[in-house]
Design a protein around this ligand. Structure first.
Ligand code: 9D3
Length: 228
């Protein structure tokens, strides 16, 4: 899968795209991740990408022409252009899973007060937000979306991890995890985890996961196969 992040601050993305899981995905040739500078398609002496809003008011608005030219050049037959915007549908695990099956994503980031409305109305295929809080730009949302999508591409994580995650992660919280020491101050590790009884450990983990979900995130609770 190819993901291109279209922004006026490509440097801000490159650091994140070159680290950890995202780096490994690229080394394994499962993903090609690129930050692309909108300014490349800006014209004039000052390569302007933004101007004052029609109708007045504070701040600047990103111009449509450089974005249109950029998208015309970057789009491919199977590409999906996603505008990161506070007005988009919210990113969830299900949306990320859907996007992980695409072959080419172009993620358009807004900056300043916003982007000329004609971009959202005529030039993009999809509009996505990462949640109801105000950020300063669409860059972090584009990186969040990239991270959530790339880790779902088959082969990027270990196979055991990915199989588990499909049936589980989207619908419930994880069970608690412990490592050494067995006792720290007077806080001890639950005895069942030291018992060597794998059946009992599996049962304990399932129960703790359900318990955590019910008490902390009841909205995520999904009925078990027996409908409870
Ligand atoms: C300060 C201007 N705001 C008026 C209430 C509008 C506004 C413009 C631009 C708010 C945020 C932004 C920058 N944010 C994004 O581009 C963005 C975003 C976000 O802020 N929160 C969650 N998801 C996203 S996706 C893109």
């Amino acid at each position: 899968m190819k993901i291109q992040i279209l922004t006026i601050f490509p440097e801000m993305c490159r650091e994140v795209l070159g680290g950890s899981i995202l780096k490994r995905a690229q080394e394994k040739q499962l993903a090609e991740l690129e930050a692309v500078d909108i300014r490349k398609w800006a014209t004039g002496k000052h390569r302007t990408t933004d101007e004052a809003p029609y109708g007045g008011g504070p701040g600047m608005v990103m111009k449509i022409e450089p974005i249109d030219r950029a998208l015309a050049e970057l789009r491919s037959p199977g590409s999906r252009v996603i505008f990161l915007s506070p007005q988009g549908r919210q990113l969830t695990h299900a949306v990320a899973a859907d996007l992980s099956r695409e072959s080419h994503l172009i993620l358009l980031c807004g900056h300043y007060e916003g982007v000329d409305q004609r971009v959202a109305d005529h030039l993009v295929d999809d509009e996505i937000s990462i949640g109801d809080y105000v950020l300063t730009s669409g860059i972090l949302p584009a990186l969040v979306l990239t991270d959530a999508v790339v880790r779902l591409i088959p082969g990027v994580l270990g196979d055991s991890l990915s199989a588990e995650q499909d049936s589980f992660v989207a619908g419930a919280l994880d069970h608690p995890h412990y490592t050494r020491p067995e006792v720290y101050r007077d806080w001890s590790v639950p005895g069942v985890l030291l018992s060597g009884n794998h059946g009992a450990i599996e049962k304990w983990r399932k129960e703790r996961a359900i318990e955590a979900t019910t008490s902390k995130r009841p909205d995520l609770r999904q009925p078990d196969p027996e409908g409870r």
